[in-house]
Design a protein around this ligand. Structure first.
Ligand SMILES: [Mg+2]
Length: 255
């Protein structure tokens, strides 16, 4: 059985099985920052992802709430598989992309109302991802309850098409029926992910859908940070995630 050097870290995935690795980005691979554009993806992280992708025969994907265009802007890894907007957007390692569309009309109606809400308050920031929208309130934390109430009533009449999610100082409105678990299942149905056991690392509530799928596949679910989680394993912060991934790289490189 494999062990890491650090007792506080989860055990490394067993070397006698084939694994697929799924990674959240914000709060998992990079530190959370005040503005979503301010994240830092350095060359070491990029190299780590490329090395893992090679060692796992391409079975590595980033599963994020961000749009794929936004992920690519920061990662610059055109052959890395990705799912964006909590599963509504999807790209395989050949660069083929798909985006969900059923909810777009309803979202357009709500988008305008959310924009008006944001225009009334400089401390709010609207991230328009195309197939979903995110309202960031890190600079107005006391407004959480009020925003939740307002956004819930905005999507009320479209509740069969849209859903509201709360993350760390962010509310997201996205299409029904897509989440990070759906994204994982979709990858696990196709090569090079099919017939592999999933590892998923994430830090936020929306990652719990992914952990549920990983547990159903007897994979490894790792929650970053504190708080209740379906994940059985923990890492403290993105630095610890990097260290754990580096340990795994060394294990995978061993002949
Ligand atoms: Mg996250």
């Amino acid at each position: 059985m494999s062990t890491t050097n650090n007792k506080d870290m989860p055990e490394l995935p067993a070397s006698d099985r084939a694994w697929a690795l799924f990674l959240d980005l914000d709060g998992t691979l990079v530190d959370l920052v005040d503005h979503p554009d301010s994240i830092v993806v350095d060359d070491a992280l990029r190299a780590r992802l490329e090395t893992l992708t090679a060692l796992l025969d391409g079975a590595v994907a980033v599963i994020s709430g961000r749009a794929i265009d936004d992920l690519e802007k920061h990662l610059h890894l055109p052959t890395l598989a990705m799912s964006g907007q909590h599963g509504a957007e999807w790209r395989n390692s050949q660069g083929d992309r798909q985006i969900a569309g059923d909810h777009q009309k309803a979202l357009e109606a709500v988008r305008q109302q959310v924009k008006e809400q944001v225009e009334r308050d400089d401390a709010l920031y609207l991230e328009d991802k195309g197939a979903s929208i995110a309202l960031h309130y890190r600079h107005r934390p006391e407004a959480g309850d009020m925003l939740k109430h307002n956004l819930s009533s905005m999507i009320g009449e479209y509740s069969d098409l849209l859903e509201l999610h709360q993350g760390k100082f962010v509310f997201e409105i996205k299409g029904q029926g897509y989440d990070k678990g759906v994204a994982l299942e979709r990858f696990l149905a196709i090569p090079p992910f099919a017939d592999r056991c999933p590892v998923f690392i994430g830090d936020d509530r929306t990652d719990e859908d992914g952990f549920r799928v990983v547990n159903a596949h007897q994979g490894v679910a790792i929650k970053v940070g504190t708080g209740d989680s379906l994940a059985n394993e923990r890492l403290t912060d993105p630095g610890a995630v990097h260290a754990w991934l580096d340990q795994w790289i060394m294990q995978l490189q061993r002949p």
